[in-house]
Design a protein around this ligand. Structure first.
Ligand code: SAM
Length: 263
């Protein structure tokens, strides 16, 4: 840990120090010499250093102004690394040219909104290799029927193919986080996993279905205010029984459900 900089808990600063895991993250991302890599939250630059050695170019976005000067003094012109002082929740990703691999040890307190935002700009990214709180990673990769399967699983699996890479214990970080961690890779799909007529409505249906996950679809979809005649025809039109619970539906079934219910 740098002598002058104390980790800020409020910014999710748990710095990964173990070279074994730093290398494994870059291996999992399959970073090659020609790649452009976007890193979110370079922190003290440990992961950035490994990325810089293996990638063509690295763009690293850091919010903490105390770290910017330190990072810029190490990653000078010609190092292949550009340090940007910005909030990843506001950075204009639409300005990125070409295709990028995202590699990040995310600040856990905002990992879900960051993933949601990156997915909005998915056309810019071929894959995202992310260190997350283990529970969140498990929710993302889980299949229908599992108790972790929920809105986040459907959202991420609709746009990407997720794979669990490996787990990382708290001892690999300084300071140690209170939770276990995991690295996942999301490979961005050329086309979403389900063809739907109205994406916004699709996500409203998924959200409503999971809003009371122990209830049947009959109950949980009521909040969408759909006419009874419509829901009564659901089984014959789509093969989906209203007695089922959201956690049993595949992404494709959610797509069929949303298209049928679309007003
Ligand atoms: N990459 C470093 C490593 O692996 O050791 C640091 C990872 S640390 C878990 C998360 C980093 O994200 C911190 O450096 C923190 O300051 C930064 N950060 C927190 N919120 C951010 C935001 N909204 N935008 C960009 N960076 C942020």
């Amino acid at each position: 840990m740098n002598n002058h900089i104390h980790a800020k808990k409020s910014l999710g600063q748990n710095f990964l120090k173990d070279p074994h895991y730093l290398n494994r993250i870059v291996d999992a991302a399959r970073v090659e010499q020609m790649d452009q890599v976007l890193e979110i939250g370079p922190g003290l630059g440990d992961l950035t250093r490994v990325l810089a050695a293996r990638a063509g170019a690295v763009l690293a976005i850091e919010l903490d102004d105390r770290l910017i000067e330190l990072l810029r003094s190490e990653f000078v012109d010609g190092s292949g690394v550009t340090i940007v002082h910005a909030d990843a929740l506001e950075y204009p990703f639409e300005t990125l040219a070409g295709s990028w691999k995202v590699v990040a040890n995310l600040p856990y307190y905002i990992s879900t909104p960051i993933i949601q935002r990156l997915l909005q700009f998915r056309r810019k990214f071929s894959s995202l290799t992310l260190m997350l709180q283990k529970e969140v990673a498990e929710r993302i990769v889980s299949s229908p029927g599992g108790k972790e399967y929920g809105y986040l699983s459907v959202l991420v699996q609709y746009f990407t193919q997720p794979r669990m890479e490996f787990f990382v214990p708290p001892e690999a970080f300084s300071p140690r986080p209170d939770v276990d961690s995991a690295v996942i890779t999301l490979v961005v799909r050329d086309e979403p996993a389900a063809a739907v007529n109205d994406e916004q409505f699709f996500f409203r249906v998924v959200k409503a279905a999971f809003s009371q996950r122990r209830k049947t679809l009959r109950n949980s979809l009521r909040q969408l205010g759909l006419p009874k005649e419509k829901t009564d025809q659901l089984l014959s039109a789509t093969g989906i029984d209203l007695g089922r619970r959201a956690e049993t539906l595949t992404v494709v079934e959610f797509g069929r459900l949303a298209d049928f219910l679309l007003p």
